[in-house]
Design a binder for this molecule. Sequence first.
Ligand SMILES: C[S@@+](CC[C@H](N)C(=O)[O-])C[C@H]1O[C@@H](n2cnc3c(N)ncnc32)[C@H](O)[C@@H]1O
Length: 239
Amino acid sequence: MSIEVIRNSEDVLLMLDSLMREPAPFWDRFYQDRTKKVPFFVDAPDENLVGYVESGRLQGGRMLELGCGPGRNAIYAAAHGYEVDAVDISEEAIAWAKERAAERDIRIGFQCKSVYELQVEPSAYDLVYDSGCLHHLWPHRRVGYVEMIRQALKPQGYFGLTCFAPGFAEIGGALDHSDWEVYRERSMKGGQAYSQEKLLEIMGEAFELVEFREMKECDASEGLFGVPFLSASLWRKKG
Ligand SMILES: C[S@@+](CC[C@H](N)C(=O)[O-])C[C@H]1O[C@@H](n2cnc3c(N)ncnc32)[C@H](O)[C@@H]1O
């Protein structure tokens, strides 16, 4: 039987994947030069994550980081009361994250895998965290992604997200294009911007919104990461 037959909804997802850029080779190339001036290459955690921990809103437990890149948030959380699992599709990113964690003698369960293939332990995590991964995921994969996060979290567990905000394309953010536009163009053009309203549309059934704001701009000398073209939001699993 030809593999190009659509038999079920999984085949539809695979067909749509095939229209788009393959993520793993792209991200491996992206991470090959660690000296590039990429804002999130700094070795500092997200200012919002630090804020949630320092205010006592997040109180430790188990954390799953999705699209962890070189591990700056996973490492911060592991040093502040979390037992952390962290996943990224890029071998280069995971290798870098492991080096950073080893330098601090911090233990993290790293996995090199696509978030689409992740088999999560149900209701296992107090916190799922995504800093800049969702806005690179194809819209047709997002439904499964949000459901995977819901399954991974304990009841009332938190989901922390930073993603491109609309209106900042000129200073390094993403274009504010619709989901359908992504398929007309067969490209995400560097990522998708998400308004609060759009996030509520895709998250609102399973999660309640705790906080939504612009990320605060931070200087690396403060030991924090923050850029104005990202939003920071915190969600809580309903039920
Ligand atoms: C903008 S980077 C952010 C990295 C990291 N969270 C940080 O802020 O330092 C996006 C990350 O998502 C990862 N990624 C993209 N698509 C993915 C997928 N399908 N599964 C797992 N990781 C993915 C990339 O490899 C990359 O490391």
